[in-house]
Structure formats: structure tokens, C-alpha cells
Design a protein around this ligand. Structure first.
Ligand code: GAR
Length: 188
């Protein structure tokens, strides 16, 4: 059985979808949801879905405490709207075992500060004809790890950032759990 820990900072629609997807899976189990924000909605979602969770502060994050906890408790780390950079120690200890979802077609619209509506506003303001999602491994630089999967859609004339956000949400819900499953089953 491969254990998965989800790191998330916000609402947690992806975390919820992933938890539900793997609920009756014999090979993969979501064991914990962790957040850097103690008031994040994702923690309430985890509680409702009967998945253990806790929040942590920067001190815990930067120290070896989180790393040691992860080494004991998980095989894979899934970033589902998690906004802090992953410390080097964690990246080195989990090679090709940390997976992030980004709401744009990387390498476009990635990097520090590029998350959520900031991305969709930039896409609309720049009159991009397409946008989409990227699922990728995490390395020491924001949004630069090897790409595992991308899916795009057309940005129509008149689409607002909210319209783009809705299309992203649909693609994330359809694809993220399936890609996580595929990676884990292929890589072990
Ligand atoms: C998702 O759209 C995810 O792609 C994005 O945050 C959102 C989290 O939504 N991640 C990033 O922007 C990472 N740079 P959720 O909390 O409802 O799952």
C-alpha cells in the first residue's frame, strides 16, 4: 500500500477530490492532509472526510521535524494548491515522489506569486488563446520540475478570469487523481 500525504494552503477542492477518488483503493491511501494555514478550509474538508490533518508553522516547516515526519509517514507528497516552496531536504529525500498541480500551461505563468486568480488574470490580460493545467514533479525551483501531464482548453473572446478558473477547475477534477494513480502505479 502506497501512502500519500497532501499539502494544501486553501479551499481544498483538489484535496477533497483526491481523497474521494482513493477512498476504496487497495493500493493507494491518502493518510494525511497538512496545511501551512491553520484556518484553511482544506483542514475542515479533511475532517469531514475522516482523514487526519494538522497545520504547521514556518519553524516546523524549515526544521527537520516535517522532513522526519514525512519520512516516517508517507511515500508520496501531493501539492494541491500549496503555496510555500518545498525545502531542499524534502526534495532530496523524495526524488520523483512530490507532485504538484499548476493552473497554467507551464513554463508559461509559473514561478513565485503565480497562483490561483493571479494566473487566470494574467492569462486573460495577455489575451492568451489557450490555457490549461500542468501536473509536474517538484524540484528546488518553483514550477520547474519535469512535466508529467498537460491538458489545454481554448480561452474564448470575452472569457473572464472567472471563466478560465472554472475551466481549470473542471480539468483539475477530471485529471489530477488519475494522473497521481498512474504515476504511483508505474513508479511504485
Ligand atoms: C488549484 O487551481 C491549483 O492548480 C492551484 O491552486 C488551486 C487550489 O485550489 N495551484 C497553484 O496555483 C500552485 N502554484 P483548491 O484549494 O480548491 O484545490
Amino acid at each position: 500500500m502506497k501512502r500519500v500525504v497532501i499539502l494544501a494552503s486553501g479551499t481544498g477542492t483538489n484535496a477533497e477530490n483526491i481523497i474521494k477518488y482513493f477512498r476504496n483503493n487497495d493500493l493507494i491511501v491518502v493518510v494525511h492532509v497538512l496545511s501551512n494555514k491553520k484556518e484553511a478550509k482544506v483542514l475542515d474538508k479533511a475532517t469531514q472526510l475522516k482523514v487526519n490533518s494538522f497545520s504547521f508553522n514556518r519553524e516546523f516547516y524549515k526544521s527537520n521535524e516535517l522532513l522526519n515526519w514525512l519520512k516516517l509517514n508517507t511515500d508520496y507528497i501531493i501539492l494541491a494548491g500549496f503555496l510555500w516552496k518545498i525545502p531542499t531536504g524534502i526534495i532530496e529525500s523524495f526524488p520523483a515522489k512530490i507532485i504538484n498541480i499548476h493552473p497554467a500551461l507551464l513554463p508559461k505563468y509559473g514561478g513565485k506569486g503565480m497562483y490561483g486568480m493571479h494566473v487566470h488574470n494574467a492569462v486573460v490580460n495577455n489575451k492568451e488563446k489557450t490555457s490549461g493545467i500542468t501536473i509536474h514533479y517538484v524540484n528546488e525551483n518553483y514550477d520547474e520540475g519535469a512535466i508529467i501531464f498537460q491538458k489545454s482548453f481554448e480561452v474564448l473572446v470575452g472569457d473572464t478570469a472567472e471563466d478560465v478558473a472554472k475551466k481549470i477547475h473542471t480539468l483539475e477534477q477530471e485529471n489530477f487523481p488519475k494522473i497521481i494513480e498512474k504515476v504511483i502505479l508505474e513508479n511504485g
